[in-house]
Design a protein around this ligand. Structure first.
Ligand code: GTP
Ligand code: MG
Length: 375
């Protein structure tokens, strides 16, 4: 009887031990799961329904007619990056998106997608613009063979991207944006979070390619910028950006600009009082309509003058193509995650020499390691 009792006790103990071991194992598995990290961040934060470590979104200005090109770009962004990170998309348009556009783009991603119409005052002539004169200017530029010389919508687009996209209500709770356009290509896996990288390193503006501008589109832009700076010398940080923008000590603009069809940026740059005053000053001068000032030189001049060198970052590791220029990482390690041809990268061409010239500038100040930018 006693022996049977002892055996029973032993059996119960064994069963308990097995059950506890199982439970411990499950906990271990659970623990390992919750500890899966991407770029030092618990991966569960990147589930579609969770708040991400940085309040950021893809921001896309696009026409309904560009649906297929948009889907091509999204497919690559998703496959190369966003299936892991699930950052939301904000689509903007000067007219309402069609139901078909919305359905087909929403279907490309698990992430949250929203669609907004641009307020009329952000996509129309301001009261001080003489539209008859603007029309004459377009004709004159056309005679000179300037691209998009006749297009009014192109000018509204450039002005919107220069001064208004960051004020759209759909971006109200967003601190960082990543601009994409239809038909762009992403040719490398991006296995870390560029938004978080920027946030951690205090970076406010990121680019992949920097080019020289067609000077016929901006005949008076630099003179206008110089007048603005003369009125607000306190806005310009240290002066290194000048060396990137001008080869003659600020006398003339060399046309260097970050190619803005790719941008990852902190909206705090554009929402700053300095940038808002700068944009207002340019807007009043009329060059968005009387010439064809692009958002690329407008953003770039601001980034170069209002930011420290360390706050602007070349994402040389991101394989990116917008016709006709490519950024393709040159290092050997990137061959394992990219399908682009490094020989064809824009950095080999004179026209894109500004790309490497920015990182070669001397630094103009240290950044706090844990910036609270945008928060
Ligand atoms: N909703 C809307 N989007 C526009 C309009 N014009 C341009 N866009 C978008 O603005 C972005 C820039 O326009 P693009 O025509 O690509 O200008 P670009 O990159 O200078 O010129 P390309 O070399 O032709 O690509 C793209 O995402 C376009 O889809 C417009 O009239 N309405
Ligand atoms: Mg484009």
């Amino acid at each position: 009887m006693e022996r049977r009792f002892i055996i029973l006790n032993l059996l119960v103990g064994l069963l308990l031990a097995i059950t506890m071991r199982r439970a411990t194992n499950t906990n271990v598995v659970r623990e390992v799961r919750t500890q899966t990290l991407i770029d030092g961040v618990d991966a569960t934060y990147y589930q579609p329904d969770r708040a991400r470590p940085v309040r950021a979104a893809f921001v896309v200005l696009v026409r309904n007619s560009e649906l297929l090109g948009m889907k091509r770009a999204m497919r690559q962004i998703e496959d190369r990056f966003n299936t892991k990170f699930n950052y939301p998309y904000v689509f903007l348009n000067d007219v309402p998106f069609t139901e078909n556009f919305k359905a087909e783009t929403t279907a490309m991603t698990k992430a949250n997608v929203t669609y907004g119409v641009i307020p009329h005052e952000h996509w129309s002539y301001p009261s001080w613009i003489n539209t008859t004169y603007a029309s004459e200017c377009r004709q004159n530029m056309h005679k000179q063979g300037v691209f998009y010389a006749l297009s009014e919508s192109y000018r509204h687009m450039c002005r919107f991207n220069s001064g208004f996209f960051f004020r759209h209500p759909l971006l109200e709770n967003i601190d960082y944006y990543w601009r994409i356009e239809p038909d762009v290509e992403y040719s490398c896996d991006i296995n870390y979070d560029p938004f978080l990288y920027m946030h951690r390193h205090g970076i406010k503006y990121g680019y992949t390619i920097a080019l020289h501008e067609y000077t016929e589109t901006i005949p008076t832009l630099w003179a206008t910028v110089k007048n603005f700076i003369a009125a607000h010398p306190e806005f310009v940080l240290h002066g290194n950006g000048y060396k990137w923008l001008s080869n003659d000590g600020g006398e003339t603009y060399n046309g260097c600009h970050f190619w803005s069809n790719f941008e990852i940026g902190s909206l705090s740059l554009f929402r700053s009082p300095e940038y808002m005053k700068y944009f207002d000053y340019l807007d009043k001068a009329g060059g968005f309509f009387y010439e064809r000032w692009g958002d690329a030189p407008v953003h770039s001049i601001a980034a170069a003058l209002l930011l420290k060198k360390e706050e602007v970052h070349w994402f040389k590791d991101i394989g990116y193509y917008h016709n006709p220029w490519l950024n393709c990482p040159l290092d050997k390690e990137s061959r394992l995650r990219c399908h682009c041809d490094p020989e064809k990268s824009a950095v080999h061409h004179y026209w894109a020499s500004c790309t490497k010239e920015w990182p070669e500038l001397p630094g103009n100040g240290s950044l706090a390691s844990n910036s609270t930018d945008g928060k």
